[in-house]
Design a protein around this ligand. Structure first.
Ligand code: FE2
Length: 193
C-alpha cells in the first residue's frame, strides 16, 4: 500500500459530496417546471458529476479507494429534490441562496495550505475550486431571479429585510472596529512622553 497522502481525506470528501450533489440536482432537473432553472441545474449537475468522478479517479490513481459513509441528509435532499415544492423553496432548503459568490474568503481558501499536494492533484483542485466559485455565482443569479419573480411574496420581502439588516450590522461592526483602533492609537504613549 502506498504512503497515504495527507490530503487523501479531502479528495475522498469531495468525491462523495460532488457525486451526491449530482444525484439530487439530476432529480430536481426532472421535475422543475422552469426551463431557465433547468438550464442552470444542468450546467451545475454536469460539473458536480464530473467532479465526483474525477476525484474518485484521482483517489484511485494514488492507490486508494473512495469510502462512502451513510448520510441521512442525502436521503432528505433527494426527497426534497423530487418533491413538488417550488424551485425557490428548494433553493432555500438546499442552502443555495446563501452560497458564497466568490468575493469573500471561503472554504476553498485553505485547500492549498497543505504544501505537500502533488502537481496533478493541485491542477485538479485548482480547476475544481474555480468551477465551484463560478457555480456559486450561477446559483446566486438563479435564486435572485426566482426571488424577483416571486415579487410580492411575503417571505421574499422578509429575506430582503434580513439582507438589509445584515449589511447594516456589518457597517456598525466596521465602525466600532475603526473607533476601537482610534482609541487604542490615542491611548498609546508616544516616544517623547
Ligand atoms: Fe460542488
Amino acid at each position: 500500500m502506498p504512503d497515504k497522502p495527507s490530503y487523501l481525506g479531502l479528495l475522498n470528501a469531495i468525491a462523495v459530496a460532488e457525486a451526491r450533489a449530482h444525484e439530487y440536482l439530476t432529480a430536481w432537473i426532472e421535475v422543475t417546471p422552469s426551463s431557465d432553472v433547468c438550464a442552470v441545474l444542468r450546467t451545475v449537475a454536469a460539473r458536480e458529476g464530473e467532479h465526483g468522478m474525477a476525484f474518485a479517479k484521482r483517489v484511485d490513481e494514488l492507490g486508494f479507494q473512495v469510502r462512502v459513509k451513510e448520510d441521512p441528509e442525502h436521503a432528505r435532499r433527494m426527497e426534497i429534490a423530487r418533491s413538488d415544492r417550488s424551485d425557490l423553496e428548494k433553493m432555500k432548503a438546499f442552502g443555495l441562496h446563501k452560497v458564497d459568490t466568490g468575493n469573500k474568503p471561503d472554504v476553498f481558501d485553505d485547500f492549498f495550505k497543505d504544501h505537500s499536494i502533488d502537481i496533478w492533484t493541485g491542477e485538479l483542485l485548482g480547476r475544481y475550486i474555480a468551477e465551484e466559485r463560478d457555480t456559486a455565482r450561477l446559483l446566486r443569479g438563479c435564486y435572485q431571479q426566482l426571488k424577483a419573480a416571486a415579487g410580492g411574496d411575503a417571505s421574499a420581502a422578509a429575506d430582503d429585510r434580513l439582507d438589509a439588516i445584515e449589511s447594516k450590522i456589518d457597517a456598525v461592526c466596521r465602525a466600532v472596529d475603526e473607533l476601537r483602533q482610534i482609541v487604542c492609537a490615542q491611548s498609546m504613549p508616544t516616544a517623547t512622553s
